[in-house]
Design a protein around this ligand. Structure first.
Ligand code: THU
Length: 172
């Protein structure tokens, strides 16, 4: 015996669409000198990353409103989840040492030593969440520039562009 299939039309009360955009550059030469310098700092930090397990090295450099640059890199651990990403290493240091300085921008350079890429590597979800905390805290957006070990650079004028509808203090 066949059962009749009944399709129920469930009305959609409200549909919300979130759009985002970012810019792509083919080379660092297309960027302003201060941005190139920040990317260079991130690349230098990447070379000092402690990533013996993944061999995926990441460097992050952030610029504070007073012009100071703070760099960080990924720090891995034999107990894998105890390691920390480059972005959070850098931003937590900035938060600890310069709690009242706004973060203007962050550059991130990432890539495996085994398999380097020229495509931009976006920050992981946990880092997006951590970075967004500081945008909310400082009440201004921070610019993000991220790339592989060479080649294209992606630019976003706010962390919110890559993490829409965030969980933040307003929901607590
Ligand atoms: N990693 C970062 O440092 N930043 C990211 O946004 C993604 C991943 C690190 C964590 C780990 O040490 C290695 O890259 C491989 O996941």
């Amino acid at each position: 015996m066949h059962k009749a299939i009944v399709f129920l039309a469930i009305p959609i009360m409200k549909k919300i669409k979130i759009e985002t955009s970012f810019e792509l550059y083919d080379s660092v030469d297309e960027l302003a000198t201060p941005i190139q310098n920040l990317i260079q700092k991130a690349a230098e930090a990447r070379k000092k990353a402690y990533a013996p397990y993944s061999e995926f090295l990441v460097g992050a450099a952030l610029e504070l409103e007073n012009g100071q640059v703070i760099a960080g890199n990924n720090q891995e651990n034999a107990s894998y989840p105890s390691g920390l990403c480059a972005e959070r290493t850098a931003i937590y240091y900035a938060g600890a040492e310069f709690p009242n300085q706004k973060i203007i921008r962050m550059a991130i350079v990432a890539g495996s030593t085994l398999n380097p890429t020229t495509k931009p590597i976006p920050p992981c979800g946990a880092c997006r969440q951590a970075l967004s905390e500081y945008e909310v805290k400082q009440n201004t957006s921070m610019e993000l520039y991220f790339m592989g070990t060479s080649g294209q650079i992606a630019y976003s004028n706010s962390v919110a562009n890559i993490l829409p509808w965030i969980f933040d203090k307003t929901v607590l």
